[in-house]
Design a protein around this ligand. Structure first.
Ligand code: C5P
Length: 239
């Protein structure tokens, strides 16, 4: 794999609060990572301007708002994400088949497939375990549920899923090669594990078949973040 291909796989988790920080990270890391993830906290504090600020600095955006609502509302919210020009957007597969097909049909009516964002489904959050699922009336093992939801998402026309590193193989097997897998929980050989428990190195994750990796603190908390991003690229290329 070339360095350019490896860079494209890295999504920097922009877990920050204000515009100054967004600008600083986007300017610093543009060209060293492939995309910037704007999540609920940043979007709630700074709004769509957070996305535009990244874009003005030359960065592409993964809008991680994990929509889960009635079909029309999720479709319209995803359409707004597309109008913002984000490259990746997401929703909860637990919202169901109709919510997902309505969203994809709505997008496809307004955008060509190369112009619209890729839409990812979140299956079961990695913070949930068997007990969490039982508590909401789901009585099947987490891994089974993850695969079931990934297949449902694929059948509804969704482009891929967000998954833990441990789920990459299972999902690849169940959904085939033409399905994006984006994974957080990545820790390069040089970095601390922080609060992440089930981790993989970037090279292992790529070998397991992931398309993109969401990486935050290993880059943000490093004394030289650009050097950290380059080290991650080195690890992917060497792996
Ligand atoms: O700093 P770190 O690399 O752990 O950041 C990972 C990012 O991915 C964070 O924004 C975190 O919220 C997100 N994430 C995660 N695990 C999940 C889903 C999302 O770490 N299961």
């Amino acid at each position: 794999m070339t360095r350019e291909e490896a860079i494209k796989k890295i999504i920097f988790a922009m877990d920050v609060k204000g515009f100054d920080e967004i600008e600083m990270w986007a300017e610093r890391l543009s060209g060293h990572v492939g995309m910037f993830k704007v999540g609920k906290q940043l979007f709630t504090s700074c709004g769509p301007e957070a996305v535009r600020t990244v874009q003005k600095a030359g960065g592409e955006v993964f809008l991680d708002l994990k929509y889960h609502d009635i079909p029309n509302t999720v479709a319209m919210a995803t359409l707004e994400a597309a109008h913002l020009g984000v490259k990746l957007s997401n929703l909860h597969a637990l919202g169901g088949y109709e919510m997902m097909t309505t969203t994809m049909e709505t997008l496809d009516k307004k955008f060509s497939s190369s112009e619209r964002p890729k839409v990812l489904a979140v299956t079961i959050l990695t913070s949930s375990n068997e007990e969490t699922l039982r508590g909401v009336g789901i009585d099947i093992p987490v891994k089974e549920m993850v695969v079931k939801l990934a297949k449902l998402a694929k059948s509804a026309g969704i482009d891929g899923v967000v998954a833990s590193p441990q789920e990459i193989g299972l999902i690849r097997e169940a959904c085939g090669d033409d399905f994006l897998i984006v994974t957080p929980g990545i820790r390069p050989a040089f970095a601390a594990t922080d609060d992440q428990k089930r981790i993989m190195t970037p090279a292992e994750a790529v070998k397991s078949g992931c398309d993109y990796m969401v990486i935050g603190r290993p880059i943000a908390a490093h004394p030289d973040p650009v050097a950290a991003a380059k080290l991650i690229v080195d690890e992917i290329v060497a792996g």
